[in-house]
Design a protein around this ligand. Structure first.
Ligand SMILES: NC(=O)c1ccc[n+]([C@@H]2O[C@H](COP(=O)([O-])OP(=O)(O)OC[C@H]3O[C@@H](n4cnc5c(N)ncnc54)[C@H](O)[C@@H]3O)[C@@H](O)[C@H]2O)c1
Length: 409
């Protein structure tokens, strides 16, 4: 097995401030076009170039830029077009919204060319790709931010604030998930079972574990301070047998993870049963309990009974993170479509413009994404325990919990 050379780490990496963040966007499918629209609301950014395989999507991207009063971007079309984006001198941030299996190669090339990277979830599909991201970010001393928007969800942020004020005591167990009935998106209803239509459906059908772990893991990792005082130790995983030949209907993965510090995590992926949407977002501590789904609930030890629904949300509302809340508030004031996504983008750009460490670093991207391969390994081998690599190479003890940075702190 390859040993990974000990280079200076990029924990809490601070880079020179960028007055304007010049963006090269790779992949303008449904998520990329949404990102493009979102950036109309973010000051201090310019979309310099867009790349895709499909010329019509690029034309649509420029129509959207014009419609929002922004200059059109240069376009790069074709399989290798993304490489030109990475090489450009007028790009600071390469923003990757393509399919999963291209993320790591694009991010590594962009980091190698001295760019910062923002990459959609998951950042990588294998442990080896995760190491490549870490190595590239450490060598280049550039940011590799994974666009895990669920870390900026109202309930996640307010639960984190509650935990940081000590109200949940010692957190010993968390649950996260991506439970989203995509049968219609996948076209599963009433079609022959041997035709898989989308790249995501094909990848999920072939995967034996949890190929999409980061929506569930992100908020949990921040609550537990992963690689900032604790870290993932090992996991065990189980995947149900799908019903039918296409290998996806009814397939559910459940992964259990344990941290070195002794906390337990349940992580689930279910894309094809009729179960209502949920990311679970459950936190159990010695002082209290919060869950977002199916009904927001808060129970602290000294409450006579649990608060549920709006009562739980009203209780949580005053527990805010001072470094993040102004961005969420700004999103609400601007009336943006999705405050969670706005908060993520606005925090990313604010940190880049002020030379601050980012909220999500390359070790997060690696730790959360590597669960894809490791859960598959465990599930295929009778749920055997599989160790999770320490992507910090021993430096995870150097920090004391996760932080959102602001100017002057
Ligand atoms: N965070 C979230 O909530 C969220 C939601 C949806 C999708 N996503 C992520 O966004 C990413 C994209 O998903 P999507 O639904 O937009 O997929 P999509 O298929 O709609 O779009 C992908 C785009 O990438 C382009 N592309 C593929 N290979 C390319 C290459 N080599 N060079 C340039 N362009 C290339 C395709 O032509 C397409 O336009 C995925 O990683 C997905 O997981 C995240």
């Amino acid at each position: 097995m390859k040993t990974h050379e000990l280079k200076p780490h990029v924990l809490e990496l601070a880079c020179p401030p960028l007055p304007v963040v010049r963006i090269g966007l790779i992949g303008v499918g449904q998520r990329g076009l949404k990102a493009l629209r979102r950036y109309a609301d973010i000051d201090g950014t310019e979309i310099r170039v867009v790349a895709d395989l499909d010329a019509e999507r690029l034309a649509e991207a420029n129509r959207q830029l014009q419609a929002s009063g922004r200059p059109v971007a240069d376009v790069e079309v074709g399989e290798q077009a993304w490489q030109s984006v990475c090489r450009r001198d007028d790009v600071d941030l390469v923003y990757i919204c393509t399919e999963w299996d291209s993320h790591a190669a694009m991010a590594v090339a962009a980091l190698g060319a001295g760019k910062h990277v923002a990459v959609e979830v998951p950042a990588a599909i294998s442990v080896s790709e995760c190491w490549q991201l870490v190595d590239a970010a450490e060598s280049a001393r550039r940011h590799c931010f994974m666009l895990e928007n669920c870390c900026y969800d109202f309930f996640a942020l307010h639960t984190l604030a509650l935990a940081r004020q000590g109200q949940l005591g010692r957190i010993t167990h968390c649950e996260g998930a991506y439970i989203h009935n995509l049968r219609d998106t996948f076209g599963l209803s009433g079609r022959p079972t041997d035709t898989l239509r989308t790249w995501m459906e094909r990848r999920c059908a072939l995967h034996g574990g949890n190929p999409y772990p980061t929506h569930g893991m992100g908020p949990v990792a921040q609550l537990l301070g992963l690689h900032r005082g604790d870290r993932l130790d090992y996991l065990v995983s189980m995947t149900t047998q799908a019903d039918g030949a296409d290998g996806i209907l009814g397939k559910v993965n459940t992964t259990l993870l344990r941290t070195v510090g002794g906390a337990g995590i349940v992580l689930q992926l279910d894309l094809t049963t009729p179960r209502p949407y949920s990311r679970l977002q459950t936190v159990c501590g010695t002082g209290g309990y919060c869950q977002k789904y199916p009904l927001p609930t808060v129970q602290l030890v000294d409450m006579p009974e649990a608060l549920t629904g709006d009562d739980a949300l009203h209780f949580l509302a005053p527990y805010t993170l001072p470094a993040v809340e102004p961005f969420a508030e700004e999103g609400r004031r601007k009336g943006v479509d999705n405050v969670m996504n706005y908060t993520m983008d606005a925090r990313l750009i604010y940190c880049l413009r002020h030379g601050l460490p980012l909220d999500i670093d390359v070790y997060d991207a690696a730790e959360w994404s590597c669960i894809a391969e490791l859960s598959e390994q465990s599930a295929r081998e009778g749920s055997r325990p599989v160790a999770v690599p320490d992507f910090t190479r021993g430096r995870w003890r150097e920090l004391d919990g996760h932080r959102f940075h602001v100017v002057g702190d």
